[in-house]
Design a protein around this ligand. Structure first.
Ligand code: PGA
Length: 231
């Protein structure tokens, strides 16, 4: 049975109390299924409390960071190194298009972040924007997120802010598998919600979803998880 990753990317949202309220609602409802990987990615400042809440509740969830430093421990003011983040994070979203756009992250920086993550046993989840985005060495999990499909409409192109079709996303995922090998797991992201999630996760080459806006609401996120559990 293939893995199904359901990853909540909260971006710069939720203070600690809001984060804990969400975990208290979502955590007890998730079934313990080996292939279901539910991961919540809060802001850095909420990681510690969210981790504690998940441990205390014994919820079958993992925790992700939304970024990490391309450097190690040392004199890098304002950066969060993987060697410290590993206390909390099982996974890190790397090279998200919002970071590439707003913080000028390059493929080279993303490759360095992947190295840091792997050296610290954090799963790197590299966001690729199209077939041309390189997948760094030894990275086995990627998220295909066409920039125009992100719900906040990062581009001004017509149709921006709407999900890709499951068929198209599957085709792109297939191209990545051909290029990098069958071990690569490809997650789709961009305007996923409870009404369209099933279409994506039932595609042959797609192993889950990265959910931004629709993950902020506990009820809506639970609907997405339930839809995946029923497959
Ligand atoms: P969205 O965001 O679900 O709000 O489109 C996805 C993402 O940016 O990871």
């Amino acid at each position: 049975m293939k893995n199904i990753w359901i990853i909540a990317n909260w971006k710069s949202n939720k203070n600690i109390q809001e984060a804990l309220d969400w975990v208290a609602k979502v955590g007890p409802q998730i079934s313990k299924e080996e292939n279901l990987k539910v991961i919540v990615c809060p802001t850095f400042s909420a990681l510690s409390e969210v981790k504690k809440a998940i441990q205390v509740g014994n919820f079958p969830m993992l925790i992700g960071a939304q970024n990490l430093s391309s450097f190690g421990i040392g004199a890098y003011t304002g950066e969060e190194p993987a060697a410290i983040l590993k206390q909390f994070a099982d996974l890190a979203i790397l090279g998200h298009s919002e970071r590439r756009k707003n913080f000028h992250e390059t493929d080279e920086m993303v490759a360095k972040k992947v190295e840091q993550a792997l050296a610290n046993s954090i799963i790197p989840l590299v966001c690729v924007q199209n077939e041309e985005t390189p997948v760094p060495k030894d990275c086995n999990t990627i998220a295909y997120e066409p920039i125009w499909a992100i719900s906040t409409g990062l581009t001004n192109t017509p149709g921006a802010g709407r999900a890709d079709t499951p068929e198209d996303a599957d085709k792109v995922a297939g191209v990545f598998k051909q290029k990098y090998g069958p071990q690569l797991e490809i997650i789709y992201g961009g305007s996923v919600d409870s009404s369209n999630v099933e279409g994506f996760i039932t595609q042959e080459n797609i192993a889950g979803v990265l959910v931004g806006n629709a993950s902020l609401d506990a009820e809506e996120f639970l609907k997405i998880v339930k839809a995946c559990e029923e497959i």
